[in-house]
Design a protein around this ligand. Structure first.
Ligand SMILES: NC(=O)c1ccc[n+]([C@@H]2O[C@H](COP(=O)([O-])OP(=O)(O)OC[C@H]3O[C@@H](n4cnc5c(N)ncnc54)[C@H](OP(=O)(O)O)[C@@H]3O)[C@@H](O)[C@H]2O)c1
Length: 358
């Protein structure tokens, strides 16, 4: 059982956060929205009978409304919160398609766009965090998760010439720093602050894009593909939110996550890439020999059940190789390939059929 405050639940990823967090009837989920009546209607139509959802009115650009929203949240949850998920954001379409040099030809509009982005995405969230902190202190889980963007990664931006959505990107980079500052202040008191990014998700931002703007999105997607060659396009809100909630649940101050900015995969991989490899030590054989497992996902975890061509080469002759018969026989694989580093890895046998041994 957990209590959540999620901002921006009227649509897009926020509504999906609301849906997934309220799947468990033992959770209490408070959604912060600007238009309460419209969102109540949407919730009653699309998530009927969810008695664990409550909505409060609040605008990131209006401190007084945020204060009232937090007071109402405290009344609903008994004065405590486990999670704050700061999802709401100002996402400008005006500055989404052109670089700063072009936007700068309209200096007043550019200045306004920068100020709007900073006011909502940085100042609004700083107010939201400060106002929520007394509730978070009384919560059990004590996690403040801000939803950020891979666009805030300066290295990615510079290396792949990603000049789009500059005011938004600047505001998200500032949000990452604000979250790091909150972490620096509160991690010693047990409060985890971090940002998580969703990857590219189609939530309708570009639905009114002109043909010229769509062509610019195509150029951006090509840059994304240069960065992540297996990237094929936006993922769904359901997948992105499921991954982000999983990152938020697993993250801890003890694991070093305080103040970090990570993707939906819990690392700096901002978009879906292909093969994944992971290794873990799972036990000991006697005094000196460690048991470990290397897991190879031939595709991205979302696509693990799509078969891909595979071949077999000589193994070290020391581990179990039962999964190899399927590869030799079929010439493709559609499964995770765990490879025990020694013949004795009993933990793997907990997954018969799901993780065939190789
Ligand atoms: N979609 C993506 O590909 C993507 C990629 C990277 C990061 N993100 C991040 O993921 C989060 C959600 O994105 P999304 O695509 O779901 O966005 P979205 O569909 O545009 O929804 C934005 C939400 O924020 C709310 N909001 C905007 N300004 C607000 C304000 N001043 N006060 C309160 N609420 C406000 C909106 O409420 P109204 O209905 O009242 O306007 C709406 O609920 C954002 O933080 C975004 O930066 C998204």
């Amino acid at each position: 059982m957990a209590t959540y405050l999620i901002s921006g639940v009227s649509r897009g990823l926020g509504f999906e956060f609301l849906r997934q967090a309220s799947n468990n009837p033992a959770n209490t989920v408070v959604g912060l929205v600007r238009n309460k009546t419209a969102t109540e209607k949407k919730v009653s139509e699309e998530l009927p009978d969810r008695k664990n959802i409550r909505l409060v009115r609040g605008d990131l650009d209006d401190y007084v409304s945020l204060k009232t929203a937090i007071d109402e949240t405290a009344d609903i949850t008994g004065g405590a919160l486990d999670y704050v998920i700061a999802n709401a954001a100002y996402m400008s379409t005006w500055s989404a398609y052109d670089p700063l040099g072009v936007l700068g030809k309209q200096p007043e509009e550019l200045e306004q766009d920068l100020l709007f982005s900073f006011k909502s995405n940085v100042i609004g969230n700083i107010h939201l965090f400060n106002l929520s902190l007394p509730l978070i202190f009384r919560g059990r889980v004590k996690k403040v998760i801000a939803i950020s963007s891979g666009f805030a990664d300066a290295d990615l931006t510079a290396k792949f010439n990603i000049h789009d959505s500059a005011p938004y990107s600047v505001s998200k980079a500032a949000l990452n720093m604000a979250v790091a500052k909150f972490s620096a202040e509160y991690s010693t008191q047990g409060i985890l602050f971090m940002t998580v990014s969703p990857g590219m998700v189609d939530t309708g931002l570009h639905k009114d894009a002109t043909p010229e703007q769509q062509q610019k999105i195509g150029v951006l997607v090509e840059k994304f593909q240069a960065y992540a060659p297996h990237f094929t396009g936006p993922t769904t809100a359901e997948v992105a939110v499921g991954l982000m909630l999983s990152v938020a649940e697993k993250a801890s101050i003890e694991a070093g996550d305080g103040g970090s900015s990570v993707s939906q995969f819990g690392n700096k991989e901002w978009l879906k890439a292909g093969v994944h490899v992971g290794q873990v030590t799972i036990g000991k054989d006697g005094d000196n020999v460690l048991n470990g497992v290397t897991v190879i996902l031939p595709r991205h975890p979302d696509d693990i059940y799509i078969p891909c061509y595979a071949g077999m080469y000589t193994l070290n002759g020391n581990g179990k190789a039962s999964g190899s018969y399927q590869i030799a026989d079929w010439g493709y694989t559609s499964a995770v390939r765990p490879s025990p580093h020694s013949p004795l890895c009993p933990q793997l046998l907990d997954f018969p059929g799901k993780f065939p041994l190789m």
